[in-house]
Design a protein around this ligand. Structure first.
Ligand code: NDP
Ligand code: 8X3
Length: 254
């Protein structure tokens, strides 16, 4: 097996954590990141005990350019040979009309989903370019394809991820670097808990009456995208559960 170094932003929960577990199980080496240090330490220990996976934790907030730059430059040279960058860290904060929206929520989403992704990519891409290989996978969303009521700024941030993914693929053409976007519909993670500012009752109700995807479902697709023949690149993969047609239509009859 071709052992790879996989850098996963937002590995402390949900899709990023499921990806960390799957890539570790497949024998790869991991750089796991997030703000919750204890969760990173626990995951690092678990991955070693279960799979003898070598992993390294970087504890930083992607909203901070200075923290992101410092964390990435602290990596030993051997760990800078990142083969796969999974830009996953992201969030929705609030669900309000544009006229009532909380500007702090807006800043959080734009700073994390757009600027954070840019800071991390700007740090890692030169390492990939130097080695003439690499794979960037951005976690977009169906919210990056359609806009739904009260989704305004979250949808805008995921539309930005969609545009940045396309831009990256164009700018990196001929450099041996694949750029993929995976755009999921609803997956049951801590996403809704975060969106509703810790209100677990409200968060649970979001998944009432239908079967959403699990974070492991997305992890399987991320892995699949990285295992294609060298000359093939999935550009964009929109995926929902069987109960979801798009951002608007969900079969809630279960
Ligand atoms: P979770 O809330 O379960 O996980 C989010 C992850 O992002 C956590 O590990 C969190 O780590 C990290 N993160 C958030 N903000 C920051 C920050 N400022 N700095 C560093 N890390 C951060 O949600 P999901 O797993 O669902 O979300 C992962 C991605 O998937 C997001 O980009 C989301 O927009 C996207 N997505 C989710 C869908 C869903 O329905 N769940 C559907 C489509 C896309 P920590 O808090 O420790 O920093
Ligand atoms: C998360 C999916 O529909 O809640 O990106 O926006 S949705």
């Amino acid at each position: 097996m071709d052992k790879k170094i996989v850098l996963i932003t937002g590995a402390t929960s949900g899709i990023g954590e499921a990806c960390a577990r799957l890539f570790a199980e497949k024998g790869h080496e991991l750089i796991i990141t997030g703000r919750r240090k204890e969760r990173l330490a626990k995951l690092e220990k678990e991955l070693w005990e279960k799979h003898e996976c070598r992993s390294l934790s970087l504890n930083f907030d992607v909203q901070s350019r200075a923290e992101t730059e410092a964390a990435l430059s602290s990596l030993p040279d051997a760990w800078k040979k990142v083969d796969i960058l999974l830009n996953n860290a992201g969030l929705a904060s609030g669900l309000d009309t544009i006229q009532e929206g909380d500007i702090d929520d807006w800043e959080k989403m734009i700073d994390t989903n757009v600027k954070g992704l840019l800071y991390v990519s700007r740090g890692v891409l030169p390492w990939m370019i130097q080695r003439k290989k690499g794979h960037v996978i951005n976690i977009g969303s169906t919210a990056g394809k359609e806009v739904y009521a009260k989704g305004n700024v979250y949808c805008a941030s995921k539309h930005a991820v969609d545009a940045l993914t396309k831009g990256m693929r164009i700018d990196l053409l001929g450099k041996g670097i694949k750029v993929t976007q995976i755009s999921p519909g609803a997956a049951e993670t801590e996403f809704s808990l975060v969106r509703f500012h810790g209100d677990s009752e409200h968060a649970k109700k979001i998944y009432d009456g239908y079967r959403p995807m699990a974070p492991q479902d997305i992890a399987g697709l991320v892995l699949m995208a990285t295992e294609l023949p060298e000359h093939l690149c999935i550009n964009d993969l929109v995926v929902t559960s069987l109960d979801q047609a798009n951002s608007f239509y969900i079969n809630k009859t279960n």
